[in-house]
Design a protein around this ligand. Sequence first.
Ligand code: BTN
Length: 259
Amino acid sequence: MVEDSLSPAVITDGLATRFIGQEVSCYPSLPSTNDVARRRAKAGAKEGTVIVAEEQTAGRGRIKRRWLSPRGSIALSIILYPPLEYLPSLIMVASLAVAGSIEQVTNLKAQIKWPNDVLVNDKKICGILVESDVRGNKVDYAVIGIGINVNLEVSEYPEIAPIATSLSQELGSDVPRLKIVQSLLAQAEKLYLALSAGDSVFEQWRDRLATLGKEVQVSSGEAVHKGIAESVAPDGSLLLRQPDGSLLKIVAGDVTLRR
Ligand code: BTN
């Protein structure tokens, strides 16, 4: 087992960012880092503040799903105050930063599955939940919640075992979580600053999507759509070519590959 404690001092030490991760709070256990981050954002926390938990007891995923984050995983949330037009790009910033950090630290190849999963060897290794409060056309705050399966044996969790994996499982040895966290925070800031410089992260995100060109089934609310995942739009929507030739724009949903 590699020495792997996460504390504000070790995370911030040597982190060459301007604001993301310059203020960090670490907790042994929390219901959800996103809940604490939202409370802290409402109370005016500094932009870039990061909330980390060694484990979550009520981790949340998209569509009110449960997110398992036992010890050995990474659960963190980043507080941002972006302009409204950045909101659709935050998921792109987060998934690119996670995929980049996995590749930088482990050399494993990471792909993004629309809209917000990161995969290694076709299995889910990370989930991202962006939550925001918007009033009129002003974003009060946005929280990017990131959960990564790092050092855990996924087979011990039957509900996720068939579709999920972890970095330690793919590599056959434990991975220093600190390195992943630092790399991910640095890359998230670089991508976020690229947005403020007017650069789009959309093309990079699109090019990493595992989904494009494939036959897929997309569940979106009650509806299930089948077709070819043809492309994505700059607002993050999926463009699905349906069997009747029409192009359907899907804003949110779950994709399954049809082999
Ligand atoms: C998903 O795949 O549906 C998204 C999962 C997001 C999990 C992360 S872990 C840190 C943060 N806190 C939460 O309760 N959820 C997010």
